[in-house]
Design a protein around this ligand. Structure first.
Ligand SMILES: [Zn+2]
Length: 417
């Protein structure tokens, strides 16, 4: 294993729920819990793809797996089949509205007669109905159009995730204007939206891809620039079979164009374009968690065809099927509907030792014994000294259950930083 995935196991944890509304009505029983969490020192994109397919998600280098059964607002991983996605009439209208603005400006632009003369004729409405999603999105974007021919210059740039002051300024403004959070710190921004445990690896294109496509799997920032100004940014993980949306922020000044929705179309198109360039496994957009009990989050279900991952067998079920169960139950299991329940989550969870794992499996799960000069030496986890500590064993077992034994054998545990 040349570039291993290394993880530091944390136990389960709980926090009061941020999704229940109205906030004033929260009771003490409204918890969201994780069944396992970890700090990732390094993850290959393949390992992380398999983690999110089991309901994990990352925030910076911290990864967690919601405990659906014991949370008031269970979080289901949702994916959109990007290759099958056909925008609805109203979704096309949103894209056209932005295109018209870039192309021709609107009332907010003080226009000179010269500008007006520069305006191209408004396109025939039916003209783009048959066009592909990508062609509709790129219709007014540099380098697909000459910026001399449009009122505004619009471009997007996809780059490996990295910190800049300009990005942080946008984040700070977004947090204050949209979330009324005035305490954003530069270190918090770096930690959650710039740092990543993902190790890059080349995307398996068949030929040389178009210049605007990424060349490596890994964490990226997609910058939206209007007339040179950074107006929005998406944090994206580009993984073997999906584009996974981590975060999106925008300048409130452009709120009227629903940039959040436009970003989902752009990310869907990105997955399609990577697929078309020969990385045939790439097919989905992951939009994070779908939380049925939180109306504000249901917009994620407006993109079709979408699927939710089952919390027990980790197979994918069509969203329409899932919604039927979710509207009747707090916790819905699609593979074994009889496990679904509407009872509130328990107030306390006993700190019991997790179920044991067969010895022959444990013998194939490794932990760091020593690290010297960049060389990592490992030993079977059940032979490590820490295995005799009940606390350490409990953390590790929770993590193994969360990852599944198959995936646990492909990562290296560590209890040292
Ligand atoms: Zn809740």
């Amino acid at each position: 294993m040349s570039r291993p995935s290394i993880i530091y196991p944390y136990g389960p944890n709980e926090s009061t729920c941020g999704y229940c509304s109205p906030p004033g009505s929260r009771s003490d029983t409204e918890y969201n819990r994780t069944s396992a969490s970890l700090q990732a020192l390094a993850l290959t994109c393949d390992v992380y793809q398999r983690m999110i397919d089991r309901g994990w998600r990352r925030s910076g280098t911290y990864c967690y797996k919601p405990d659906m059964k014991n949370s008031c607002c269970p979080q289901y991983t949702i994916k959109l089949d990007a290759l099958q996605f056909k925008p609805s009439k109203s979704q096309r209208k949103l894209m056209r509205r932005w295109n018209n603005f870039v192309e021709r400006g609107d009332n907010s632009d003080a226009m000179t007669t010269e500008d007006k003369a520069k305006r191209p004729p408004r396109p025939n409405k039916s003209e783009d109905e048959s066009g592909s999603l990508s062609s509709l999105l790129h219709a007014v974007e540099v380098p697909w159009v000459d910026p001399e021919t449009t009122r505004h210059r619009f471009e997007t740039v996809l780059e490996p995730s990295s910190y800049t002051d300009e990005k942080f300024e946008l984040f700070k403004k977004y947090q204050a204007d949209i979330h009324h959070d005035f305490k954003s710190s530069q270190s918090g921004f770096r930690r959650f939206l710039c740092e990543t445990p993902l190790r890059t690896s080349p995307i398996s294109y068949t030929g040389s891809p178009p210049a605007h496509l990424p060349v490596e799997y890994g964490s990226h920032h997609q910058l939206y620039r209007l007339d040179g100004e950074l107006i929005a940014m998406a944090v994206l993980d580009i993984l073997p079979s999906c584009v996974s949306s981590v975060y999106f922020m925008y300048d409130k000044k452009w709120e009227r164009f629903s940039l959040g929705k436009l970003s989902a179309f752009r990310e869907t198109s990105l997955a399609c374009e990577i697929h078309q360039a020969g990385a045939s496994q790439m097919s989905y957009l992951y939009m994070g968690f779908y939380i049925h009990s939180c109306p504000k989050m249901r917009y994620k279900g407006e993109y079709s065809p979408s699927f939710l991952v089952d919390p027990e067998n980790y197979e994918w079920y069509p969203l329409e099927t899932c919604v039927k169960f979710l509207s009747k139950n707090r916790y819905a299991c699609f593979s074994s509907p009889e496990h679904s329940t509407s009872d509130p989550p328990p107030e306390y969870i006993e700190d019991a030792e997790p179920d044991p794992i067969p010895t022959e499996d444990l013998a194939q799960i490794n932990i760091v014994r020593a690290a010297r000069r960049g060389q990592v030496m490992v030993e079977p986890i059940n032979e490590a000294r820490c295995w005799s500590s009940e606390d350490a064993r409990s953390l590790i077992l929770h993590c193994i259950h969360g990852l599944g034994t198959g995936l646990s054998k492909e990562v290296i545990f560590t209890l040292q930083f």
